[in-house]
Design a protein around this ligand. Structure first.
Ligand SMILES: Cc1ncc(COP(=O)(O)O)c(C=O)c1O
Length: 410
């Protein structure tokens, strides 16, 4: 929903330069209608009446964004007690909540049980013991799926690869049947599903298909052993276009995996995060200084790895464009942040106009794993967040202050 009008960049019908002037930078700006459009494209059913879309809250957990999605009927995928708290506060129904994560504490398990979530995606045998114990203590049965690691390489960055052998996630698929058999003997466990999430920013249907084949094999074997599953949760991971990737649409993803379960009476759960919120957000950065050093040009901006860690952590590419005056001649330059780390950059060797001090750049596709992974490193107060809806806009999280930096210290 980004467009150029009169040499100015707009998100929906609001000028980003205007927002930077009004709220200051760094500033995250989100398009409400892009979020809803992305979510709606996931709603197009392949298996009508048998699908639940659970937004992966970790991608961006701002209350207004969560409210927008819970209001549109989304379920939610959580990974901690804190995420459950945020989800319920924003109106997500516990009956549409799935809970993954390899390190759920006993307290977190109890909290989720007391709130009657749809299913625990359990990642180890010790965890299922803990869930069984907590459920027994509360006098109820815990609905569980095992997260199964199908040992499929999704061909994405190794830090966001979660479904290969040797990573910490899930139960290795060769051990899955035994895990289910063990779980079926536990008094306070109700086996309801199976879960798999193989990684993030996946841009082809192939690895999803291969994982689904492994998972459906397990579902069939379990049925043969008298363990009938209600839910097949195929996780998230659908990629977006940061530069020239051409990821499948949500419908193409479903079309590639759902038929693999033909003949099995199961409902499907998908857990998209990035593909709902990633391209809906930009990070606005103000130019502090221009600098030439070592034969290179640098635009030093007021945001960096503290607000958007992805370039530093994964060498991720984010397109960067001026919020106004993009038609000026371009030079090759690096966009770098103010943090005292050489790894603190937003973009390297980019062709961008040699902006003036005080001008503003927009870092595109910063909606997912941007604010959510931000920090106060170098004692930098976190950015503000704004949501745009047509020609309206509002502040959805205020900028942190120096007082906020020290507020919890004794
Ligand atoms: C279990 C689980 N589900 C869903 C997601 C969301 O993934 P994505 O944002 O790539 O859709 C993640 C993210 O890593 C995850 O760990």
């Amino acid at each position: 929903m980004l467009s150029q009008k009169n040499n100015r960049l707009y998100l929906e019908n609001v000028s980003l330069e205007k927002l930077a002037g009004e709220y200051g930078t760094p500033l995250f700006v989100y398009s409400k209608n892009t979020i809803l459009g992305n979510f709606n494209s996931f709603l197009k059913p392949f298996a009508p009446g048998k699908e639940l879309i659970c937004y992966a809250l970790k991608a961006n957990s701002n209350y207004s964004i969560l409210k927008t999605l819970s209001g549109a009927g989304a379920g939610v995928d959580i990974t901690s007690g804190g995420e459950l708290y945020r989800a319920m506060r924003a109106g997500f129904k516990p009956s549409k909540t799935v809970y993954a994560g390899i390190g759920k504490t006993y307290e977190e398990i109890e909290y989720a049980l007391k709130n009657n979530i749809l299913m625990f995606n359990v990642e180890s045998l010790e965890e299922i013991e803990a869930v069984n114990k907590a459920a027994g203590r509360l006098g109820r049965k815990a609905p569980v799926a095992f997260r199964v690691n199908p040992h499929i390489d999704p061909h994405t960055h190794h830090y966001i690869t979660t479904g290969t052998a040797g990573v910490k996630f899930g139960i290795p698929f060769a051990e899955a049947l035994d895990a289910y058999k063990t779980a079926s003997k536990l008094k306070n466990i109700e086996i309801v599903g199976i879960h798999s999430h193989i990684g993030s920013q996946i841009t082809s249907t192939k690895p999803f298909k291969m994982a689904a084949q492994r998972i459906s094999g397990i579902v069939k074997k379990l049925a043969g052993a008298g363990i009938h599953l209600k839910y097949v949760d195929l996780g998230g991971g659908l990629g977006i276009t940061y530069s020239n990737e051409k990821p499948p649409t949500p419908y193409e993803l479903k079309k590639s995996v759902v038929p693999i379960f033909k003949g099995l009476d199961v409902s499907f759960i998908f857990e998209p995060g990035r593909s709902i919120i990633g391209n809906a957000g930009v990070l606005l950065a103000g130019v502090i200084y221009r600098k030439k050093a070592g034969g290179k040009n640098f635009l030093v901006v007021d945001t960096g790895m503290n607000d958007l860690l992805r370039p530093t952590l994964y060498e991720a590419f984010h397109d960067i464009v001026p919020a106004a005056g993009a038609s000026r001649p371009r030079v090759k330059l690096d966009v770098v942040g103010p943090i005292c780390e050489t790894g603190d950059f937003l973009g390297k060797n980019r062709m961008i106009p040699w902006l003036n001090q005080g001008e503003c750049l927009a870092v595109k596709c910063a909606g997912a794993y941007g604010y959510a992974m931000s920090s106060q490193y170098n004692s930098r107060a976190r950015a503000a967040e704004v949501m745009v809806d047509g020609n309206k806009y509002s502040l959805i999280r205020r900028r942190e202050t120096y007082k906020d930096l020290v507020a919890l210290e004794k």
